[in-house]
Structure formats: C-alpha cells, structure tokens
Design a protein around this ligand. Structure first.
Ligand code: IMP
Length: 203
C-alpha cells in the first residue's frame, strides 16, 4: 500500500468493534489518523437503505456531519444463496433488533437446518465509501466480495460476526480460524479498503 494524505484525519463511521479492529490493522501502514466516530459522540445512523452502498453513504454522511471531518464507512453482510441472498443488508440484525453475533449465528443455522453442504454457498460483501465532507456529491465507492459456504456448526475463535460459520472451501477452515492478517489479506473488507486507498491516493 502506498502512503496517502500524510497526517490526514478521517472519522471512521462504525461502532462495530470487530470492524474497527480490522480497518485499523489494514490502515496501520498509512500515515493517516483514523478516529472512531464515538470520539465525536456521533449518534447511530438509521440504516434505512436497501443496498450496502446506500447504507454506507448514510453512515459516512452522518459521521462527517457530526465530526466535520472526511469519513470512511463500511457496510457489509453475508448473502446466503439458499436464503435468496438473505440476510444481506440485514446481517447485523438477522435475529431481530439489537441481536448479538451469537443470536444471528443461531438464527442462520436454524434457517439452514435442512440444507445439505453442497447447497450452503454464501459470500461476504463489503462496500466501503469515502466522503470528503457531509455534502460531498462525488463519494469514492469501492466493493469487495469473499466466497465460501455456511458450516453446520461454528469453528474458530477469531474475527467476529458470522466468521465461525463461514467456511473457506479451498482452505478447509473458517474465517474465524485465520490469523487476523490473513483474514485481512483475503476478506471482502480488505479488498474494498485496498481499492479505496488506491482510489484516494489518485484523488
Ligand atoms: P453493518 O454494521 O450494518 O455493516 O453490519 C455488518 C454485519 O455483517 C456484521 O454485524 C456481521 O454480522 C456481518 N459481517 C460483516 N463483515 C463480516 C466479517 O468480516 N465477518 C463476519 N461477519 C461479518
């Protein structure tokens, strides 16, 4: 990764500890200062979009507005083919409002209980956006996708969210069994953020 915008301060529009950790690791080599939105008391934005890109823009705009800084936001989720793409943009609240990762994982296993392994294909999606300011009409928008399948029981302690159920078919392990730097090298979020940094360094 090339160093961009030396010393630049950017607000990160997320309160999800797992995401914040991964994004900070990915940005460790950059000479930019990433400030979590909670440091500005940014209120949670309502994710009313039907697409990852709409929700990412809503979150980034909200964070930029309340911090007066450029903002990065990630909206992500898992699409399961046997569930016609659900939970998708509703991944964080699949088991209902305020649900925990464990609740969501349980709900996903229940929804797939009669589905055999060869029909449990799924993918993580991540849309990462950068807004220069809250009213920026030309945001930078980048995407990453990571293919796998849903296991029948959780495996591994790393990562967050659906990672213990997400089998990387070729590697034979879940994304929760990967070392953090390996997950970042391969993941939907790593792909999207590297693309975003490349686009930013050209802007
Ligand atoms: P968001 O905060 O609305 O973007 O919700 C993203 C949700 O998607 C998370 O709460 C997780 O449930 C799921 N998710 C996104 N990325 C990952 C990942 O890298 N591993 C596991 N679950 C993820």
């Amino acid at each position: 990764m090339t160093n961009i915008h030396r010393g630049k301060r950017i607000v990160l529009a997320s309160n999800n500890a797992g995401k914040v950790r991964e994004i900070n690791q990915l940005l460790a080599e950059q000479e930019i200062q990433i400030i979590p939105q909670r440091e500005f008391g940014v209120p949670e934005a309502e994710e009313t979009g039907l697409t990852f890109v709409e929700n990412a823009l809503i979150k980034a705009r909200n964070a930029a507005l309340h911090s007066d800084l450029p903002a990065i936001a990630d909206d992500s989720g898992i699409e399961v083919d046997a569930l016609q793409g659900a939970p998708g943009v509703y991944s964080a609240r699949f088991a209902g409002p305020g649900s925990s990762d464990a609740d969501n994982n349980r709900r996903l296993l229940e929804a797939l209980q009669d589905i055999p392994p060869e029909k449990r294909s799924a993918r993580f999606q991540c849309v990462m956006v950068y807004l220069h300011h809250a009213e920026d009409p030309t945001p930078i928008i980048c995407q990453g996708t990571w293919e796998g399948q849903i296991l029948e029981a959780p495996r591994g302690e790393g990562g967050f969210g659906y990672d213990p159920l997400f089998l990387l078919t070729e590697k034979g392990c879940t994304s929760a069994e990967l070392p953090p730097e390996e997950k970042n090298r391969l993941s939907h979020r790593g792909q999207a953020l590297r693309r975003l940094l490349a686009a930013l360094s050209e802007s």
